[in-house]
Design a protein around this ligand. Sequence first.
Ligand code: SAM
Length: 293
Amino acid sequence: MEVRYGLHPSGSNQQYVYRSSGMNTMGTRSDDRFQKGAQEYAAYVEAPEGRLRTDLAFANLQDFLPASQAKEPMSALDVGCGPGLTAVRLVRLGFHVTQLDSSQSMLDLARHAAEDAGIADRVTLECGDATQLANLFPAASFDVVLCHNLLEYVDDPSAVLRGAARALRDPSGILSIVVRNQAGEVLKAALQAGDLAAAEANLTAEWGVESLYGGRVRFFTPARLRAMLEAESLALVAEYGIRVLSDYLPHQVCRSSEYARILDLERKLGSRPEFAAVARYTQCLARRTENAA
Ligand SMILES: C[S@@+](CC[C@H](N)C(=O)[O-])C[C@H]1O[C@@H](n2cnc3c(N)ncnc32)[C@H](O)[C@@H]1O
């Protein structure tokens, strides 16, 4: 594998790493939808439903972030970082954040987000394939690893979890995962689209169609995710539902002006198992077990 370190092509001072494993010219398995659709995705994460997903996941994570013990900043790895909004929040909490993505367009957006926030010196951008995590970073190098809304798109989600477990510094480090919840897809098809056939099909579907890009997206059940974590020596410490009812609110509830109330209600619903079970997304927080490799 070739590794080249240098300044970003734009000339900014941000640290930038190119890695090549001969897979394509960028050295990554870039998914075309995330190359061409990066701007569209960035607009989605700024809109109320995208913001809500990010805000809820971050609020849940914050309760488990390790407290800084030393003068050195703690380090976080954001796998499949997309436009990079979560990294900005982590840097503001004192982390140095490494952002990994296979899409050059997403990394460009992440670079702009870091520059706009004035934190470019506290992030490192890497173009690479999340399923190759074990080859990209030394073991035990991060206090926090994020894997939000990524496992749905990779060929081998277990390989990503294995790499994430290996990348965690020790059992006090925290891994946060957000995935599409199969049960939420059943409700979405019925309540949003009124498509009863799709709702019934989604009861057992392992794959669906991404509404933003039209490509395939993997569905998870919380039980399946838990089993995958256990298989990679990761111990579940908390589980939440993300967006239980906000996708189905009637039009008279304004998503923008009532955002704070919706966020507050969603936090309460998502932490109760009976509601979390049917949320659009599942978030799991996990730690490496002592016997992890
Ligand atoms: C749905 S976006 C999620 C972005 C961000 N984590 C968030 O929660 O908003 C999925 C991201 O994963 C990236 N991605 C998809 N497959 C990948 C892979 N095999 N390796 C690294 N990144 C990948 C995409 O380029 C995209 O930026």
